[in-house]
Design a protein around this ligand. Structure first.
Ligand SMILES: Nc1ncnc2c1ncn2[C@@H]1O[C@H](COP(=O)(O)OP(=O)(O)OP(=O)(O)O)[C@@H](O)[C@H]1O
Ligand SMILES: [Mg+2]
Length: 206
């Protein structure tokens, strides 16, 4: 079967692209062979992988050179972590290849407005890459509080679908990163995070 390519992109920095790429890939790797492609020249994912035990459990990590080989090996799933840059060649290449792009966004109007240009860039690429699905993923959601009306309005203005599954702000995401692990390797402490990542995966695979 052809590789399903999932890109994480938002030119807004620090919204959770790398965190979600890593944990989505760990969850997908439990289903089938998964390539995690670090398209960010900063290479933070690759460094993370260097001292992690995650690799080998169905997951392989590759650098941005792998963007050149459009086949991307024989993995069933390929998760691509994009740099926080609209104009980067890596971003362009990743979105040209992707089947689905997820934009992590913090649920605040300021962060949502800052994602406008990224949404426009995706819409531009969709004219050529017509298979490309796109969705917002709310990340670092606090408690059970409903979205503010301003945030609801900002989301509507962006005009992309929003995934039902949301990712809460949880210390476990940071702690797992510090240990070179995904939330799947954190035992009981990781259960709530694993459950929400699983919801995202099911929406991606729909
Ligand atoms: N759901 C979450 N709960 C708690 N902390 C989080 C969550 N998601 C991300 N973080 C933390 O927020 C910070 C930024 O996340 P991350 O590096 O994944 O963002 P990014 O979009 O890849 O950033 P950049 O644009 O610099 O590549 C990190 O310290 C990460 O541990
Ligand atoms: Mg990153």
């Amino acid at each position: 079967m052809a590789t399903l390519r999932i890109a994480l992109f938002n030119a807004k920095g620090g919204c959770g692209k790398t965190t979600l790429a890593w944990n989505l890939a760990a969850g997908l790797a439990q289903r089938a062979s998964t390539l995690l492609l670090d398209a960010d020249p900063q290479g933070s994912l690759q460094r993370w992988a260097d001292w992690s035990e995650e690799e080998g459990n169905g997951m392989t990590v590759a650098g941005r050179e792998a963007l050149k080989s459009s086949g991307m090996g024989s993995a069933q799933y390929c998760v691509i972590d994009c740099p926080p840059a609209l104009e980067a060649v890596e971003t362009r290449k990743a979105l040209d290849l992707a089947d689905i792009v997820l934009l992590p966004v913090l649920p605040s109007p300021l962060d949502l407005w800052a994602s406008q240009r990224s949404v426009e860039a995706i819409e531009e690429i969709q004219k050529k890459n017509q298979k490309l699905r796109a969705a917002l993923v709310l990340n670092q959601v606090e408690g059970r509080s409903a979205l503010s009306r301003a945030a609801e309005h900002a989301i509507a203005t962006l005009g992309l679908p929003v995934f039902r599954g949301q990712i809460a702000r949880r210390a476990i995401y940071r702690n797992a990163a510090v240990e070179g692990k995904s939330v799947y390797q954190m035992g009981k402490r990781g259960d709530a995070a694993v459950a929400e990542i699983e919801v995202l995966i099911e929406e991606v695979l729909k």
